[in-house]
Design a protein around this ligand. Structure first.
Ligand code: ZN
Length: 142
């Protein structure tokens, strides 16, 4: 399934030092009432936490949970509706001093050192997530 959409508002800025990255994205989208969109973030963190979706058990497992000063080499995601709420879905990679990279599905527990964001609102359609039996994931439905 897919929807054809149009560009809406565009926001560029940075999230606050010391805050949780996932919450910062979610709060900003709620504050600006962005119910559909895409985003990217670069910066650095003091703590990193993300998950891996285990396709066999159909559960998220924590795959990275470290207190380390890391670069956000990439964080991309989308915004849609889940259970009547604005819901960001983000994947992230971090790099350490040696250039080792960690990454996965962004969860609460990533502490911002610096985070520069670009958020593109999309208009003209709504995307809602609903539990998908085949995958066990809350996927977009038509
Ligand atoms: Zn994910």
């Amino acid at each position: 399934m897919y929807k054809e959409v149009n560009f809406g508002r565009v926001f560029i800025g940075r999230f606050e030092f010391g805050k949780d990255l996932f919450d910062s994205i979610k709060e900003f989208c709620k504050q600006k009432n962005i119910s559909l969109g895409v985003f990217s973030i670069i910066g650095a963190v003091k703590k990193a936490k993300c998950g891996y979706y285990d396709q066999d058990s159909k559960k998220y497992v924590v795959c990275v949970n470290i207190e380390k000063k890391l670069e956000i080499t990439s964080c991309i995601g989308n915004i849609s509706m889940k259970d009547g709420e604005i819901f960001p879905h983000a994947h992230i990679t971090w790099a350490d001093l040696e250039g080792n990279v960690y990454g996965g599905h962004l969860m609460n527990g990533t502490e911002i050192f610096a985070a520069e964001f670009y958020i593109q609102e999309l208009k003209g359609a709504q995307l809602k997530r609903q539990m998908d039996i085949e995958t066990g994931l809350p996927l977009w439905v038509a």
